[in-house]
Write a protein that binds this ligand. Structure first.
Ligand SMILES: [Zn+2]
Length: 370
């Protein structure tokens, strides 16, 4: 399902969604938890935005601390798109990570945060989470493949509307996959869409990157076939994947979103968001269908106990030694040596519980008791 169409409902919170070890960039600095700006505040994508604070829950603001310009720019883009399309994705975006709770593993003592997510394609937090998941799944798949190859297909530059160019490359790519010669060489693969805007020519450059499996593919023949299909574009690249880890890291660059939207001018960013709406930006075919790109790592929900809301533990950690322990152990990725026991919630967290509570979130009505 295209992500943006799934964004109107809050997906199930997932324990371990974002951990300190997952992206050290988040934790090398003091979180900026300045007061939330009023609703009338608008942001500008300039250096000045580094002084502005991020909207949303404490957890969202904590995760995005140090990235205010990007986060505010994306918020601004969604706000403009909502006005144009009479939608309300901005509030969905700002709700991302609004329900956030600390959990402790009943045996190991490990501390994690479980949080709700918005699922919007351009959300900086959801796209990182998605990239992390896809990369892990691709790495596992790659490990057991014989002679995987990295294939890149491009279109000749032109100044057609972006949506038309994306339609073209997707259609040509589908035709290539169906061609008997290509099918005799390639059993299947994983594809990622990527787009860049050239500052020099002002043109969009759409690409399809694929990890493919099968027999040897001659680059010259592939180039000829791609030119016949596209009528004008002979540029292709195919090479062996030498190092699985490097290939997975390479994939991670494309897995999250087709483009670093924060680097685009506003008109270009809005054109890209509209052109990508409802489209997939990655997928699998043939023998690679066994690789489920969005599959989350399995975890045993019963093994984790909710020990309090992020809001409470974060905000009271300086006056509560145990809260500080929880927070520091989570940041450092270390198990907490002692077990925390849950009890009845006096009401501090009830407003944060999602309407449809998954099993683990029923425990959020409980609070720490020592
Ligand atoms: Zn999100």
């Amino acid at each position: 399902m295209p992500e943006d169409s799934a964004a109107s409902t809050m997906p199930t919170p997932y324990i371990g969604d974002i951990n300190p070890s997952w992206n050290p960039d988040f934790f090398g600095q003091t979180p900026d938890l300045a007061p939330t700006p009023s609703a009338g505040d608008t942001s500008v994508h300039t250096q000045e935005t580094t002084k502005q604070s991020i909207n949303g829950s404490d957890y969202r603001r904590f995760l995005l601390s140090g990235q205010a310009p990007k986060a505010l720019y994306i918020e601004e883009l969604y706000r403009e798109l909502d006005v144009a399309e009479l939608k309300n994705r901005t509030s969905t975006l700002l709700q991302c990570r609004s329900s956030a709770y600390f959990y402790q593993h009943r045996e190991s003592g490990e501390i994690r945060v479980g949080a709700s997510s918005c699922g919007l394609r351009w959300c900086p937090l959801c796209s990182r989470s998605k990239a992390s998941t896809i990369t892990a799944n691709v790495r596992e798949w790659l490990k057991v493949q014989k002679n995987p190859r990295f294939l890149t297909l491009t279109l000749k530059h032109n100044d057609e509307p972006l949506a038309d160019q994306i339609d073209r490359i997707y259609t040509h790519f589908k035709n290539l996959r169906r061609h008997p010669w290509f099918r005799s060489k390639v059993q299947g693969g994983i594809w990622f869409f990527q787009i860049v805007k050239s500052k020099k020519t002002g043109c969009w450059h759409p690409h399809i990157h694929c990890l493919v499996v099968g027999t040897y593919v001659d680059q010259k023949k592939l180039s000829e076939r791609w030119e016949i299909i596209t009528h004008d574009s002979p540029i292709v690249d195919i090479r062996k994947v030498g190092d699985v880890q490097k290939a997975a890291e390479y994939v991670a660059r494309y897995a999250a979103t087709p483009c670093n939207i924060a680097k685009l001018a506003k008109a270009d960013a809005l054109e890209l968001m509209q052109a990508m709406n409802g489209r997939r930006s990655c997928g699998t075919w043939g023998a690679a269908k066994v690789c489920k790109l969005s599959k989350k790592p399995e975890f045993d929900a019963d093994a984790w106990e909710c020990i309090g809301s992020f809001w409470e533990i974060y905000n009271y950690r300086e006056s509560c030694e145990v809260y500080n322990d929880v927070f520091c152990h989570w940041q450092e990725g270390k198990p907490l040596e002692y077990r925390l026991k849950s009890g009845q919630d006096p009401g501090a967290t009830e407003n944060l519980i999602p309407e449809e509570e998954p099993e683990t979130f029923k425990q959020t009505q409980q609070v720490l008791q020592w």
